[in-house]
Design a protein around this ligand. Structure first.
Ligand code: SAH
Length: 395
């Protein structure tokens, strides 16, 4: 093993002894000459003793740890990590094929592959590097993925233009690294959808709401459902399968509304229960009538992407939820979410609590939701828990 070294300041290895996978720039005393953005490096303590191996990066997170063992980061390493990730998803029954073929195969730190995300859509892997090291290793990762998945893998689409730190200046180009002749219809719990990885947000679909959509389906029978911030309409087609009386989908993006209509059409062609509106969520809630809906989904984009905008974000969540509390039919149900990593479960609950109090209505929490099992949280990296949801019963 002959990686360039990064030397920690005395005593700065404490968090690493607890297997936290990030090393902040403030903990570093010295860096070997010639270490470049995305290089694999060996981290040693002030006494030159081995601590970890990881990917270096410019910024406040200076190293993302790949392993705490003295091992080579080579083909076998990637195969080992990807195998472990694939095994978990097989165990969860997500790789079955006909009933479900959309799932997250790699969830960054949660799969001990910090900075790497891979979502699977019927044999097409959509791969995103959030850290330069994963960008540098992308071809090796694809080779390992081919070995691990065999015939299950038909295409790999690399999509990191917008996820890599812009300072890195890596000129990442989106495109196929394997295959390229991909259809884009996948199946989630028996329902079909288009995953538009070429033009859509993130990897093309939000697989993290799968289990929460399934819960909504159970509560939808005979209900008038409003799916706010619908994007691809995920919650809408589950509500329809659950027997909703009507489903209205709202998103400010015209493209999202087109996607929603297409996805509803795939599953329920010509079904008159569904309507989609390209409108601002806040305005739509202001204009709707009291009692018009008895099930409302609020799944907005992350209101806070950084700690310094946390206060504004919490006010945003409060404002949004207050509007739904004010208008929902008595005996109604609200599914409300936050996907901002910097908003804690407690803070989110406080924002929703304030909104409820403002409405003066009697509100109870009936379910507490989070991300599904294919988005595991590394127990040493609690920051990996990002999706929070509450299901509320409003009288
Ligand atoms: N619920 C979706 C994911 C939502 S992503 C799912 O299950 O997949 C957030 C969506 O909110 C995006 O599609 C974005 O276009 C939309 N959006 C952002 N700001 C909005 C606003 N002010 N009003 C309505 N939609 C908005």
């Amino acid at each position: 093993m002959s990686y360039k070294k990064i030397y920690l300041k005395p005593g700065k290895e404490e968090s690493l002894k607890r297997f936290h996978p990030w090393i902040f720039s403030g903990a570093i005393a010295k860096v070997d000459k010639g270490v470049e953005e995305g290089d694999t490096v060996e981290v040693v303590n002030a006494n030159n003793e081995f601590i970890a191996i990881g990917h270096s990066q410019i910024g406040s997170i200076a190293v993302r740890v790949l392993t705490f063992e003295q091992e080579e980061i080579n083909h076998d390493f990637w195969v080992k990590r990807l195998n472990a990730a694939f095994d978990l998803r097989k165990n969860l029954g997500l790789v079955a094929g006909e009933y479900n073929n959309a799932y997250r195969l790699v969830h960054g730190e949660g799969d001990f592959l910090p900075g790497l995300v891979i979502d699977m859509y019927d044999g097409t892997a959509v791969m995103q590097a959030h850290a330069p090291g994963m960008h540098v290793a992308r071809y090796e990762i694809v080779e390992a993925l081919k070995e691990v998945m065999g015939e299950e893998l038909k295409n790999v689409y690399y999509k990191s233009e917008s996820t890599l730190p812009f300072k890195a200046d890596l000129n990442a180009e989106d495109g196929y690294l394997y295959g390229g002749n991909a259809g884009n219809i996948a199946t989630e719990y028996g329902l079909k959808f288009h995953a538009d990885w070429l033009k859509g947000q993130k990897t093309g679909f939000f697989v993290d709401q799968r289990d929460n959509r399934a819960l909504l389906e159970k509560y939808s029978k005979g209900k008038r459902v409003l799916n706010m911030f619908c994007y691809t309409g995920g919650f809408s087609f589950y509500a329809m399968r659950g027997g909703a009386e009507l489903v209205h989908s709202v998103d400010s993006s015209g493209k999202a509304i087109d996607l929603t209509n297409k996805n509803v059409e795939l599953n329920f062609p010509g079904d008159p229960r569904h309507k989609a509106f390209a409108e601002d969520a806040f305005k739509f809630l202001d204009n709707m009538e009291y009692g018009q809906y008895d099930l409302i989904v609020l799944d907005p984009p992350a209101f806070a992407k950084h700690k310094n905008v946390l206060r504004n974000a919490l006010q945003g969540y409060q404002k949004l939820n207050a509007k739904a509390f004010k208008k929902i039919k008595p005996g109604g149900i609200i599914f409300t979410f936050s996907c901002s990593q910097v908003v804690s479960k407690e803070n989110f609950r406080l924002a929703v609590f304030s909104a409820a109090a403002q409405s003066g209505r009697r509100v109870r929490i009936i379910n507490q939701l989070t991300q599904p099992a294919d988005h595991p949280v590394n127990i040493y990296h609690p920051e990996g828990e990002y999706l929070k949801g509450l299901v509320l019963y409003v009288e």
